[in-house]
Design a binder for this molecule. Structure first.
Ligand code: ATP
Length: 600
């Protein structure tokens, strides 16, 4: 389907389905809009009739004058009423539509695999859920009524005019047809550039965000000019693109505006009326309706053309909304089973992020209830990927993971999350109170339970230092460091009290004190649970029941610390490196200048 501006509306079938909850209202609005559009022509017809009556009978035809006068006023009021009611219906329908679509999106996002989010920035998701739904407003609230006006007004007008005189009507159509042709040509030039337009806009916002977010590191390395240049280059490319589009369309756009202007219609119709009435093809008095109505034929089309950009943007936004709503959800079993115990077993698990390179290539691993298993290995070896398959961030491409003897795919996700909790380093805190942030793990938890969890996670004292204690709002009067945020997530895990815990050992954020607190909290959390830990410092997992060395997506070695050292393999090498790094301290030599100062 094409919109009246000549631009294809993408995915119109999907859009039609998306509009289902408000389709009835839109159809009613269009029917009312059609009545209103037809009524908008009546005052012109009445005035034309009036002119004909007055010219034929002079001032004597008072009754007819009043009759046409009332018809004109009545039609005008009807038009206003229809515009008001139809516009009201589409706008209320749009409010409801936005609510429904946002709810559907939220419901969908709740079912997509957790891994889907790691591949997308929160900005992209926010754009679809918030901005794109908002951009669809034009499509829902305006476009349908604009199309109704753009079709009904010219069709009814021309039907009326043809009933008076066919030859004159063709002259009325002339500017309309030429204008449509010119605009069509213009839009055909613009349309292929719309994708470039979106890319260029994306580049501008991307480089702006990059510049602002990375300002710290950019300044540290003295690269402000370089990052700023990338933003400037993006804006320059956008300007080049827009200039190119404008250059290629300026002539046809200007010509179309001249052709569709009411003055042009007036000149063409008056000239044609003079010639045809001179030749006796039409009585001079019959030219009046053409002059009056001919001027209004092009107006609704002009309105449609002017809103073509908003309509196209709305159509593109609807495509993104539809794509998000079509995102694959995590398959849920129709007959879910309940795991027998807290044993986790990975059997010949293969997994690839891109369908080509195998991040995991035949992993066999068994986590017995109540034991600790540590994953160690070089960066990029696949430790995090193994850990994230257990709470079903993704499903394996082949092989299977079982919990208590049941394939994870056969366990209801609520049941799985009751059994498995994870504490990763990229902790997400919500903009709500500290209590609610912790309570996320167990909405029914009492304040005493929340506090007990916070104490166990070694974050209680820090919370009490906040202006409103547990009622302080994250991001408002509760600002947490990375290590503190991780302890909040540990408090959540205490509250959830799952039999299985997957955790990423803290490294990046923590200062020594915070790190010690995190380690204490994690040790307490681990007691009595099946624990899988991604170890970054081997000293913390020496006592693990089982250490699995991951290498290029495979388990290269497995055993206790002592067993693996005795094997003198990869683990022994990693351990030797670890020991060396522990004894390494940066040697800080005073510069000659500072040495002089000190000695002075
Ligand atoms: N979201 C992703 N999309 C595509 N590839 C990924 C993704 N996450 C990880 N990878 C790739 O999968 C492989 C395993 O990564 P993984 O994060 O599991 O390693 P890791 O051992 O945890 O590394 P590190 O110790 O540095 O965290 C790497 O080659 C990595 O580049």
């Amino acid at each position: 389907m094409r919109d009246a501006g000549g631009l294809a509306i993408p995915g119109v079938g999907g859009l039609w389905r998306l509009l289902r909850p408000i389709r009835g209202r839109l159809i009613i609005a269009c029917v009312i809009g059609t009545i209103g559009a037809a009524a908008s022509i009546v005052p012109f017809i009445a005035v034309a009739q009036l002119a004909q009556v007055l010219l034929a009978s002079g001032a004597g035809a008072t009754a007819a004058v009043w009759q046409w006068g009332w018809i004109a006023v009545g039609a005008l009021l009807l038009r206003l009423l229809c515009v008001f009611v139809a516009g009201g219906i589409t706008h209320f329908a749009d409010t409801r539509f936005q609510l429904i679509v946002r709810r559907r999106m939220a419901a969908r996002l709740g079912k997509v695999p957790l891994g889907w989010f790691t591949a997308r920035t929160s900005g992209t998701v926010k754009k679809s859920v918030s901005d794109d739904v908002l951009h669809m407003h034009h499509l829902v609230a305006h476009t349908a009524l604009e199309i109704v006006d753009g079709v009904v007004v010219p069709v009814v007008t021309l039907a009326y005019l043809f009933s008076i005189n066919g030859a004159m009507s063709l002259f009325v159509m002339l500017p309309l047809l030429v204008g449509i042709g010119l605009y069509g040509a213009q839009l055909a030039k613009v349309r292929p550039r719309m994708a470039d337009y979106s890319t260029a806009m994306g580049e501008i916002s991307g480089t702006a965000v990059e510049f602002v977010q990375g300002i710290g590191v950019v300044k540290t390395f003295g690269q402000t000019g370089r990052a700023y240049r990338r933003f400037l280059d993006a804006t320059a490319r956008f300007m080049d693109l827009m200039s190119g589009v404008m250059r290629s369309t300026l002539r046809s756009a200007a010509l179309a505006e001249v052709v569709l202007a009411p003055l042009t219609s007036l000149v063409v119709i008056t000239a044609a009326g003079a010639v045809l009435s001179g030749a006796g093809w039409i009585p001079p008095v019959d030219v009046i309706p053409f002059v009056l109505l001919g001027l209004g034929v092009t107006a609704p089309l002009m309105a449609l053309f002017f809103s073509a950009t908003a309509t196209t943007q709305a159509a593109e936004a609807s495509e993104r909304v539809l794509a998000l709503l079509a995102t694959d959800t995590l398959p849920e079993s129709d007959a879910p089973r309940v795991p027998a115990d807290a044993t986790i077993a990975l059997e010949r698990v293969r997994f690839s992020y891109d369908g080509q390179y195998a991040a995991l290539d035949g992993i066999d691993l068994r986590l017995e209830p109540g034991t600790t298993t540590a994953l160690v290995g070089r960066s990029g070896s696949g430790k995090t990927t193994i850990a994230k398959l257990i709470p079903r961030f993704w499903d394996p491409d082949s092989g299977r993971i079982t919990l208590g003897g049941v394939d994870l795919r056969d366990i209801a996700s609520s049941e799985l999350h009751r059994h498995v909790t994870f504490v990763f380093q990229d902790v997400q805190l919500l903009s709500t109170s500290v209590t609610e942030n912790i309570r996320l793990a167990k909405p029914t938890a009492t304040s005493a339970e929340v506090e007990a969890a916070a104490r166990a996670a070694q974050i209680h004292d820090r919370i009490l230092e906040l202006p409103r204690g547990y009622d302080s709002v994250v991001g408002d009067d509760a600002l947490f460091s990375g290590g503190e945020a991780q302890r909040i997530s540990i408090a959540r895990a205490f509250l959830a009290d799952p039999p299985i815990l997957v955790l990423d050992e803290a490294t990046a954020f923590a200062d020594p004190e915070s790190e010690a607190l995190i380690q204490d909290a994690l040790s307490a959390l681990a007691i009595g649970r099946t624990l899988l830990v991604i170890a970054h410092r081997l000293s913390t997992i020496q006592g693990a029941d089982q250490i699995a060395v991951v290498d290029r997506g495979c388990i290269a070695e497995r055993g206790t610390h002592d067993e693996l050292l005795a094997r003198a393999g990869t683990y022994a090498t990693l351990w030797a490196n670890h020991e060396r790094s522990r004894s390494w301290h940066p040697e800080i030599r005073p510069s000659a200048e500072s040495a002089r100062k000190v000695n002075r």
